[in-house]
Design a protein around this ligand. Structure first.
Ligand code: KG4
Length: 329
């Protein structure tokens, strides 16, 4: 199955071409992303109307590039996949319209895809078991626990098979990536600050600050990051000055508090559902500390770990193409 995928849920305009031989064999032929983060940076976050303007400008540019490189489009493609929800509606509508117009022009079906299935299936782009979709191969993967950690979401799923995804819990307020961005902003760092906080945390000294891990004691799979964020804010407000070392110490303490609760709830879910695999995705899964924690946890439990390559963690269209091809196999 050959699919052209379009992703416009936030500020990145992305178009990809994905060829899938089975539910676990996906080849990304091309994965284009026009990231216009610089336009949003002065505002400290994504401005929806500017994101929409940029999508309108960039969709034709990316499409033209892909058509030039793959002149067999539209003849050989089977479907067009587009991110339908969740996301910024004003941004989603542009991808949706582009997909529907192309569908009409090319006579190829256009299918809506849930954006959150992208991060959960992105790691199947380079799946280590390059066999096929025989039941014994799939039995090695499922049941799995899926963890989405991004700028807009923090969610845990029970994934029984490729078609049955059950939401176990999610954040009740801020998403983890949003908390990273807000803490970065409090320390005068640029948007999006997740990567900068991680970089600072590497130089932080342990034990200088101590922040709470909200919801850690609650016997459920929900998360909350607003309390942690406020705790960092009050700590910063009380400091006479914010040196580079203090920023690093705060970053380390914040990162530990933020990941501790994720680690603990993920372990609980993996054990409760006797999961054979932990699947992680979303922008925050770029973070090396999170990747190390996940590696350690899955090794301890003797189960598989699937995390996408770093270029497939943040928003992209290839993961939407993969999620589509899995759903339509
Ligand atoms: O998945 P994504 O591209 O956007 C959403 O659809 O939400 O994730 C972006 C988020 C931002 O909040 C960004 O700060 C965060 O991912 N992020 C990180 C790192 N790199 C990006 N958070 C922590 N550590 C990182 N290295």
């Amino acid at each position: 199955m050959l699919t052209l995928a379009i992703e416009t849920s936030c500020d990145e305009t992305a178009i990809a071409l994905v060829e899938s031989k089975s539910v676990i064999q996906h080849k990304i032929l091309i994965n284009l992303i026009a990231s216009k983060i610089k336009i949003h940076q002065p505002f400290g976050g994504v401005v929806p109307s500017l994101a929409a303007r940029e999508h309108a400008k960039n969709i034709p540019i990316l499409l033209k590039k892909i058509l030039k490189e793959y002149p067999y489009i539209p003849k050989k493609i089977d479907a067009i996949a587009y991110t339908d929800k969740p996301g910024l509606e004003i941004a989603l509508i542009l991808g949706r319209h582009a997909a529907k117009l192309l569908s009409y022009k090319w006579g190829v079906p256009a299918h809506p895809i849930n954006h959150l299935h992208g991060p959960l299936f992105a790691s199947f782009a380079d799946f280590p078991i390059h066999e096929d979709d025989r039941p014994q191969t799939l039995k090695k993967i499922f049941p799995a626990i899926g963890l989405v950690v991004s700028g807009g979401h923090t969610q845990l799923y029970l994934i029984k098979n490729f078609k049955t995804l059950i939401l176990l819990g999610e954040t009740l307020d801020d998403a983890i990536g949003e908390a990273f961005d807000k803490v970065a902003k409090m320390m005068g760092l640029q948007y999006p600050g997740g990567m900068l906080v991680e970089k600072l945390a590497k130089k932080g000294k342990k034990g200088k600050f101590n922040f709470p891990s909200p919801m850690i004691a609650k016997n459920n799979y929900n998360f909350s990051y607003s309390g942690l964020k406020t705790s960092v804010l009050y700590t910063i407000k009380k400091l006479p000055k914010l040196s580079k070392q203090t920023k690093a110490d705060i970053s380390l303490a914040f990162q530990n508090a933020a990941f501790k609760v994720i680690e603990q709830k993920t372990e609980k879910a993996l054990k409760e559902f006797s999961a054979k695999t932990l699947i992680i995705g979303g922008g925050v899964s770029v973070n090396n500390n999170l990747r190390e924690r996940a590696d350690k946890l899955t090794k301890k439990l003797g189960i598989n770990l699937l995390i996408p390559l770093k270029n497939l963690c943040t928003d992209n269209a290839a993961m939407i193409g993969i999620a589509h091809n899995i759903a339509n196999k």
